[in-house]
Ligand binder design. Structure first.
Ligand SMILES: [Zn+2]
Length: 185
């Protein structure tokens, strides 16, 4: 399982392994936790007691320390897996749902014509639609977007990046995702 790491104010920071979380517990780096403990890791033998230490890891841990001020303003990095997840594996032009390998990152305004490689100018398209649109604007190609691009919030970004998200973690993250997000659909 992966543990959702927050800063002390509750902003998501990263997915970490249970073992990385255990290191935070052991070094007194955890400020607070959410959810029921979901994994118990065994540590070393304590010399004084002769007993093996045990660390119960929670699904969500907030770490002590200062909050990096730039973290909140940062736009999540764009990647194909996250783009396709944002768009729920649906081609924006034909509306078909495809396997990951059959999808492409489509620039609404082509990069050769000044379009940038950003969340707002990128959309998920199947190979056929991407090829058909080519180096044109959607209106030039007479192709209509079936849904619109948007920039994911930090909470949404964590969902897009997560591999196996536990119910406690999903509840926490979704509570801060705007209702307009496709992740609620
Ligand atoms: Zn398509």
């Amino acid at each position: 399982m992966d543990v959702l790491q927050l800063d002390v104010s509750g902003r998501p920071q990263a997915w970490i392994s249970a073992r990385e979380a255990a290191v935070l517990y052991a070094s007194d780096g955890v400020a607070w936790t959410l959810g029921e403990a979901c994994q118990v890791l065994r540590g070393g033998i304590q010399r004084t007691t002769g007993r093996q230490s045990r660390i119960a890891v929670h699904p969500i841990v907030a770490v002590r320390g200062a909050i990096p001020s730039r973290a909140w303003r940062q736009v999540p990095a764009l990647s194909n897996p996250k783009l396709f997840a944002r768009d729920r594996l649906v081609c924006a032009y034909c509306g078909g749902r495809f396997h990951f390998d059959e999808l492409t990152r489509e620039h609404i305004v082509p990069t050769s014509r000044g379009g940038d490689d950003s969340w707002m100018n990128c959309i998920t398209a199947c190979r056929a639609c991407n090829g058909r649109k080519g180096n044109r604007l959607p209106e030039e190609a007479r192709m209509t977007l079936m849904y619109l691009p948007y920039v994911p919030s930090l909470h949404e970004d964590m969902i897009l990046r997560g591999r196996r998200i536990l119910a406690d973690q999903m509840d926490f993250l979704l509570a801060s995702v705007p209702r307009s997000s496709r992740l609620h659909g």
